[in-house]
Design a protein around this ligand. Structure first.
Ligand code: TPP
Ligand code: MG
Length: 324
């Protein structure tokens, strides 16, 4: 009997499923808590794009780096961020990642190599390239994934960083999440080329398209780019075709796209697709995937309870950790 070769070991795939579901449930709770008035400011959910962050981060070592965006919860969870500290930060509590003073777009965990969400579109690019330069100078073998969107790729910072990373052969992977829109602007209207991966040609680096709703395909593409980066061969550009199921942020009425379009993409839900794959290939039973979901649900409940019960920051701490 032929032995079936799995693309990744079973525990790795179950962990990927766990992290994808964690992102989904975390974000669903964020939407609820926002509507309850417990989360202030603005929040951008990652629902629909789970395969991108999880596929990409699975190809990393724990000591590797990522930089994130304004839509950063998924990246943080995929790289091993603590959902308790994230939830507390979103609720503005003293126990949060930034002691409740940063909110969604400033979450970072330097011990986990998470170099920060970023409210500036394209703001992670210089940080990622700098982290890669540092890794190269120290000879640490670390790599950095730089996440950004189809809007972010049009920032001048992309050109500056991609060019520099290429001539210096830096271990960085530019990972463009093409979720079809930058706020209300369709990627098709904003980009002179439909295939964003061709931009890599200008920087003499590989440019690869990947189905961003297929977590295993994302992992495979990123693993190749990581191997190349670790071998000292320089950066890559990966463009994942994906979609955000919710509005740009909470309160976005979404007049720029049809309900039918959203429904079409929801049918390609990466979590459902991965679950079906796991069951069909005999990697996990339906009961096992349900058990993972139950465990994740409890983890998120616990994070919400922790956040709700945590204290507000003291007024006297208002000027602490302020650098500018
Ligand atoms: C430098 C800068 N310009 C504009 C904005 C306002 N803004 C916030 S998110 C966003 C769209 C980003 O789109 P994309 O990069 O595709 O990421 P997505 O929201 O789709 O994940 C814009 C224009 C900003 N935060 N920073
Ligand atoms: Mg976008």
């Amino acid at each position: 009997m032929a032995v079936k070769v799995l693309p990744l070991a079973k525990p790795v795939m179950l962990d990927m499923f766990d992290r994808m579901v964690t992102i989904r449930f975390f974000e669903e709770r964020v939407l609820e808590l926002f509507r309850e008035g417990l989360i202030r400011g603005s929040t951008h959910t990652y629902i629909g794009m789970e395969a991108d962050a999880v596929g990409a981060c699975t190809a990393l070592r724990p000591d590797d780096y990522i930089t994130s965006t304004h839509r950063g919860h998924g990246h943080c969870i995929a790289k091993g961020g603590d959902v308790r500290l994230m939830m507390a930060e979103l609720l503005g509590k003293a126990t949060g990642y930034c002691k409740g003073k940063g909110g969604s777009m400033h979450i970072a965990d330097l011990d986990m190599g998470i170099l920060g969400a970023n409210g500036i579109v394209g703001g992670g690019m210089g940080i990622a390239t700098g982290a890669a330069l540092s890794a190269k100078m120290r000879g640490s073998g670390q790599v950095c994934i730089c996440f950004f969107g189809d809007g972010g790729i049009n920032q001048g910072a992309f050109h500056e960083n991609a060019n520099l990373a290429s001539i210096w052969k830096l271990p960085v992977i530019y990972f463009c999440e093409n979720n079809q829109y930058a706020m209300s602007m369709s990627s098709k209207r904003a980009n002179a080329v439909a295939d964003l991966s061709v931009r890599a040609v200008s920087y003499n680096m590989p440019g690869v398209n990947v189905d961003g709703m297929d977590v295993l395909a994302v992992e495979e593409a990123v693993a190749k780019a990581v191997e190349r980066a670790r071998a000292g061969e320089g950066p890559s550009l990966i463009v994942a075709t994906t979609y955000r199921f919710e509005g740009h942020n909470i309160g976005d009425p979404q007049p720029y796209r049809t309900k039918e379009e959203v429904e079409e993409w929801r049918k390609r839900d990466s979590i459902e697709r991965f679950r079906q794959y796991l069951v069909k290939e005999g990697i996990a039973t339906a009961a096992e995937t349900e058990a993972i979901e139950k465990k994740v649900r409890q983890r998120i409940d616990d994070a919400v309870q922790f956040a709700r019960e945590s204290p507000e920051p003291e007024l006297s701490s208002v000027e602490e950790d302020v650098y500018a």
